[in-house]
Design a protein around this ligand. Structure first.
Ligand code: UDP
Ligand code: MG
Length: 135
């Protein structure tokens, strides 16, 4: 099934000038970029986006990281986009991520892990609406 998912190039990767290489990987893996925007998240918006994690110990650190610089948000489309993008992104902790994954290549810690990907078709819809309400 052709699906859409939300991808974010996080502040560490944008700051390190890895966005070009990450976008290249996205295209090499046959995703179509339906929308793409470079933005700065406010604290309120970052808190809202990561609301499910608000009780977790790392929440404030996560919000301050996600607001520390620009992010690039994208709507990606392809067959099985949600799972395929999660697979390309790799495990949350770059040390545990498989070779060839974005987090293995560009992540530097469990917090600074270069990219975000929606974890289910349902969440992809919610997250896409959050950043691209007119999609
Ligand atoms: N995170 C963190 N410390 C942790 C776990 C997660 O800083 O111990 C951050 C990390 O940036 C991660 C985000 O919180 O990508 C969301 O966590 P989640 O468990 O949903 O990981 P993901 O779905 O991004 O792999
Ligand atoms: Mg998650």
């Amino acid at each position: 099934m052709v699906e859409r998912t939300l991808a974010i190039i996080k502040p560490d990767a944008v700051q390190a000038k890895h966005s070009g290489m990450i976008i290249n990987l996205i295209e090499l893996n046959k995703f179509s970029i339906v929308r793409m925007e470079k933005i700065n998240l406010s604290k309120e918006r970052a808190e809202k986006f990561y609301e499910v994690h608000k009780e977790r110990s790392f929440f404030q650190e996560l919000v301050s990281y996600m607001t520390s610089g620009s992010v690039i948000v994208m709507a990606l489309e392809k067959e099985n986009a949600v799972k395929d993008w999660r697979d390309l992104v790799g495990a949350t902790d770059p040390l545990k991520a498989a070779p060839g994954t974005i987090r293995k290549m560009f992540g530097t810690s469990i917090g600074n892990n270069a990219t975000h990907g929606s974890d289910s078709i349902e969440n992809a819809k919610v997250e896409l609406k959050f950043f691209f309400p007119n999609l």
